[in-house]
Write a protein that binds this ligand. Structure first.
Ligand code: MCN
Ligand code: CUN
Length: 791
């Protein structure tokens, strides 16, 4: 990182803070020594290995499945087919979006890579060999590949398993005020319309998905080690589907090698591992490979959007209207709050003060892998931000206006917060103009524009792209948000041991975000004990309180708040105990970090460590006060939090080859109160790289038969250090007014905010109004030749 953000280690943010600050990650000593323990590291005595047979066709009827040769393989212990599962009532499972999904196909296969059979063998290689011995007879059917034709009357019906189904329609959803929007469009001087695709991309965590299922035939307890971002929610779903009582299921998420939303849903492989363990009476491990992960697990985006923006001639935005066709693949297994079929796309009005807005989203089935919400998306905020930030540049192009001035002119003003947007959601806090100003200053915007025109005069293609985004993260509150009826609130427990060391137990689950550090810092900040003295326990349903897990950047807004609340409860109890120790009224005590002292006489004082020991000792406590020092809470957030940011991207385009070099990237983020600036910077760096990847390289593509063309990292290109610049980070701090310590989420901000900045920069360089991502050299070159460029 360039040192624009101040010196990284010294200065106001000490390396070993008592609370918030730039502290090195507690989890890293085990990771850098190769001592992380991932699902694939789990080895249990007598463990067997599973492998999944997958469909080669995107759409085909299954005529027969012959497993006899596989069963005869000397190392095979079980072969499971759709038929086997149907006998157990497990051939279909509910999805997180109230749809159903085949665990193993019985009637038809509906996407290439769909699960057809599961083999359990003595070792991984035998299991892989044996799936090749299964003979499946298919009758190929016409596939639906292009979402734009999914609702054609002659389109084949993909979900004929659903009662009375005669088309591929999933849902219709709308937000905003159609009539009011119509009215502002009618009186606008300028209306710009643009169709764009946010292509299908994939979270591609380095660790693929997998599980080790261990059903103990003696006590009937199922232990499932699995790659999950939501251990408690998964446990409840397994209990509901399999009929095993919750207290007989233990879900363990050990170290997770990246999730990015890929590990929110429940995959057929997990269920097959459980069935395999029940059938064999032995533990069964299933780990998918890279191609399986890319072809069959939760994709992201695939939103076909048509946006319209209405404005006055002098650049005042009046309204925005959007029509979306959402490709959900073969099963609607989108992982998001159940009441919101289009996620939080309602934030498509972005960061601007507009009069009216309306959007309509239609979901359709296609013969592609299921999923939809993943890849650091804030539940479709990614698509919403891309839409509005592209529309702003299209409008600037139409008006001949400067994109920075046009944004500055229309941004919400600080005095408008809390701001109720045109789809009914209340933004908690922000100073948008200050954030944009800072980003423009850091970038040296005026000079960049000068440089650009000088280069243009020499025939060089330099582009400057902006984006300004607002996110909505931290779902619940539970009255609005649930997943399959499970309200989005999270528990937290804190216990301070007699020696003053503490353990905090969380319901959320880190996949690399550094929770073991930042949650210790939250408790440290509130209790005034060193974060090294706080152990963070998570990822084991037998050890932690119930809660909905980590996604939608909700850990800090929800569980982070819970950790602060629980620490404050402990602090309050410590005050009573300190009062008893000092023979003073608790009301006469005052708090300074780490101790309660008699008001006006700081020498009469007790530290949290002394209080903890007394709480476990023989000290006479006041009537009604129990011994020990601990507390629990369930935090139900009153509102979402609304992080925001301003990004400036500078690119150079080679006119001969169309290849794009991202020369500079300035990112100014505001996530409210900052717990650990180093971790925040890491989150932003990762998200910016994601954005460059999506804008320039990544796409899950299909041919007309529905064959997935992106089943390896040779075809699905991820950005490396070579494709990204040295990020230049800045920040502003606008605390959330309703969060206990003012924090908002940051985990997805940069992934959400950066793609439009990169795309806007490339299009600015080549002087084209729109071209769809990914802006590969071929596409840029084509656009330079004046060709139509659609994904
Ligand atoms: N943080 C902070 N100060 C704040 C806000 C956050 O110091 N004001 C810290 C948090 O304490 C936490 C990290 O930043 O350590 C991210 O916090 P938060 O924004 O609450 O996000 P979550 O912890 O809920 O993480 C989820 C988010 C999502 S949804 C995706 S997708 C994503 C992301 O995190 N997946 C990731 N970042 C990832 N980073 C890694 N390494 N791996 C993934 O799979
Ligand atoms: Cu949308 S990806 Mo994250 O919410 O796990």
């Amino acid at each position: 990182m360039t040192a624009v953000d101040g010196p990284p280690v010294t200065g106001q943010e000490p390396e070993r803070p008592i609370g918030f600050g730039r502290m090195k990650r507690k989890e890293d000593p085990r990771f850098v020594r190769g001592r992380g323990r991932y699902v694939d590291d789990v080895q249990l005595p007598g463990m067997l290995h599973g492998a999944v047979l997958r469909s080669p066709f995107a759409h085909a009827r299954i005529l027969s499945v012959d497993t006899s040769a596989a069963e005869a393989h000397p190392k095979v212990r079980a072969v499971v087919t759709g038929e086997t599962l149907a006998g157990l009532g497990l051939a279909w499972m509910p999805t997180l979006s109230m749809d159903t999904q085949a665990v193993l196909a019985t009637d038809k296969v509906r996407f290439q890579g769909q699960e057809v059979a599961f083999v359990v063998a003595e070792d991984h290689y035998a299991a892989r060999d044996a799936i090749e011995l299964i003979d499946v007879e298919y009758e190929p059917l016409d596939p639906v590949v292009n979402a734009r034709h999914a609702l054609d009357p002659e389109a084949p019906v993909i979900r004929d398993d659903l009662e009375g189904r005669t088309d591929n329609h999933v849902f219709d959803w709308e937000a905003g005020d159609g009539a009011a929007t119509e009215a502002v469009f009618a009186r606008a001087d300028v209306v710009v319309r643009q169709t764009m695709l946010y292509p299908r991309v994939h979270p591609a965590p380095l660790e693929t998905c997998g599980a080790v299922a261990d059903m103990d035939p003696v006590d009937g307890k199922l232990t499932l080690y699995s790659t999950t971002q939501a251990p408690h929610a998964h446990r409840t779903l397994y209990a509901m589907v399999a009929g095993i009582p919750e207290h007989k299921i233990r879900v363990v998420a050990p170290d997770i090698g990246g999730g990015f939303g890929n590990k929110v849903g429940i995959y057929p492989g997990y269920v097959c591992a459980v069935v395999g363990s029940i059938l064999t009476g032995r533990p069964v491990k299933w780990m998918e490979d890279r191609s399986e992960n890319l072809m069959s697990t939760s994709f992201a985006r695939d939103y076909h959007m048509t946006g319209e923006i209405a404005a006055t001639r002098d650049g005042r935005i009046l309204g925005v209207r959007v029509d979306v066709l959402a490709d959900h693949g073969a099963f609607n297994s989108t992982a998001q709050p159940t009441k919101y079929p289009a996620g939080f796309f309602h934030i498509f009005t972005g960061s601007y003060d507009i009069e009216a807005a309306h959007c309509r989203v239609t979901g359709v089935y296609t013969n592609k892998a299921p999923g939809g919400v993943a890849y650091a998306c804030s539940f479709r905020v990614t698509e919403a931000v891309y839409l509005i930030e592209r529309m702003l540049d299209c409008l600037a192009d139409e008006l001949g206006a400067d994109p920075a001035e046009l944004r500055m002119r229309n941004l919400l003003r600080p005095e408008q917060f809390p701001y109720r947007n045109k789809t009914g959601w209340t933004y908690d806090s922000g100073d948008y103009p200050a954030c944009l100003r800072k980003a423009l200053d850091m970038a040296g915007y005026e000079e960049l524009r000068k440089e650009q025109s000088e280069r243009r005069a020499r025939g060089e293609l330099m582009g400057i792209g902006l984006s300004f985004f607002t996110e909505t993260v931290g779902a619940g509150p539970r009255r609005h948000m649930d997943i399959l009826g499970l309200g989005m609130a999270d528990g937290c427990e804190l216990r301070v041991h007699p020696t003053g060391k503490a353990v905090v137990r969380l319901s959320v689950q880190t996949q690399g975000q550094g929770h073991e550090t930042t949650f210790a810092q939250i408790v440290a900040e509130e209790l005034g004990i060193p974060p090294e003295d706080v152990d963070v326990v998570h990822g084991d349903t037998d050890q932690t309180p119930f809660g909905l897990g980590t996604y939608g950047s909700r850990s800090t807004p929800v569980s982070g708040a819970a950790a602060a609340v629980v620490a404050r409860k402990v602090r309050d109890k410590a005050r009573i105990i300190a009062g008893a120790m000092l023979e003073a009224s608790p009301d006469d005590l005052e708090w300074t970090k780490g101790r309660w002292s008699v008001r006006g006489d700081p020498s009469v004082t007790r530290t949290i460590q002394e209080i903890a020991l007394a709480a476990h000792g023989s000290l006479e406590l006041p009537e009604g006060v129990e011994g020990h020092l601990e507390a629990t809470t369930v935090y139900n957030p009153p509102e979402m939090t609304y992080p925001f940011g301003a990004y400036v991207c500078v690119v150079d385009v080679d006119p001969g080859t169309g290849s794009v070099k991202v020369r500079r990237f300035v990112a100014v983020d505001d996530c409210g109160t900052r717990i650990n600036p180093m971790i925040i910077e890491g989150q932003v760096h990762g998200g910016l790289a994601d954005g460059v990847g999506m804008a320039l390289m990544e796409i899950i593509g299909f041919d007309e038969d529905g064959n997935c063309l992106s089943g390896s990292f040779m075809d699905y290109l991820l950005p490396t250090a070579l494709e990204v610049p040295a990020w230049e980070l800045g920040h502003t701090v606008t605390p959330s007014p309703h969060h206990p310590f003012g924090a908002k989420g940051i985990g997805e901000s940069a992934t959400v905010g950066s793609p439009p900045a990169v795309v806007n920069a490339v299009l600015d360089a080549i002087g084209v109004r729109h071209a769809d991502m990914p802006l590969t050299p071929g596409r840029v070159w084509q656009a330079l030749q004046g060709g139509e460029v659609e994904a």
